[in-house]
Design a protein around this ligand. Sequence first.
Ligand code: NAP
Ligand code: 8YV
Length: 315
Amino acid sequence: MPDLLQIGGITDAMRARLAPRFDIHVLSELPEGWLTEHGDKITHVATNGHDGVPAHVMEACPNLKMIGCYGVGYDAIDTGACAARGIPVSHTPDVLNSEVATTALMLILGLFRELRRDDAYVRSGRWEHDGNSALTRSADGRKIGILGMGRIGQEIARKLSVFDPEIHYHTRSAKDVPYTYHANLVDMAEAVEVLIVITPGGAATHHLVNEAVLNALGPDGMLINVARGSVVDETALIAALQDGRLGQAGLDVFEAEPHVPEALRQLDNVLLLPHVGSGTHETRAAMGSLVVDNLLSHLDDGKVLTSVPETAHLS
Ligand code: NAP
Ligand code: 8YV
């Protein structure tokens, strides 16, 4: 049987389909030196968007033929190096659009309607002693800017539509969508009340959301990040939230996750999630299934079903 290297966790359902077809080697359980000695056996890798494939693993596996990534974001994988070596990389587009969009909406609604504060109000018993909780802001009819109008960005816009928003977006090139395009991100941040970040991570989007963008969003503005922590300058974000230059933030992703700076965790004007944008049983099952479909399709007839664009020409 061919040998597959597993980086990070896989679900039981994935293992049940992979085990009859591959000898599975779990990177974190390998004895010291195993990869150096036996890396030439590895033909396939199953990894995820967080762990990627470290350079030393790529080097230790000279006969690697394909990488399957559990996640649509693949910034942790050097796809340039993979393309140069003729190694196709699959990812999991589309099957998680709806879930990640729901996560973005959940953060927006939770912040406008002060879900954390009011839950704490009831639990503390203050409702009974101090009377009704303070009023909140409506989520209806807001001006919303979406940074990234791809698969997930478009689904966020669709799901938001029941709240009658005015939708703006910024991408490098305008899309065929019925929303207001801004070629400049600071201009868009000035025009909206909520800025949702849903671009890929990596060098091209590093710190796109900087101090100037946060200042433009303003004291009543809200930043939502369901993309990658690297897209937002977290130090500038914390400073803006601390001194009131930015109103609120809802974050599913962080620059050095799972580490979340203490200063951010201390703030009341933030809603923080542990990178669970796609984290439901249903969506993770669909993602896992697509990873296995890709690996088995490549094994059976060399075809990758959902390749990343950089390696699409290879299968
Ligand atoms: P996609 O379909 O490729 O869309 C990406 C969008 O970002 C495109 O509209 C693209 O437009 C825009 N973009 C790319 N680079 C840009 C730049 N430098 N400046 C401005 N806009 C830029 O990707 P997707 O499937 O929607 O996924 C987006 C990302 O969401 C993933 O890569 C992943 O990092 C993240 N994600 C997070 C979670 C989570 O759990 N929180 C779950 C799934 C995905 P242009 O090319 O025209 O610029
Ligand atoms: C997952 C994600 O949490 O798809 C992505 O890009 O960030 C999430 O869906 C992650 O990739 C699973 O490891």
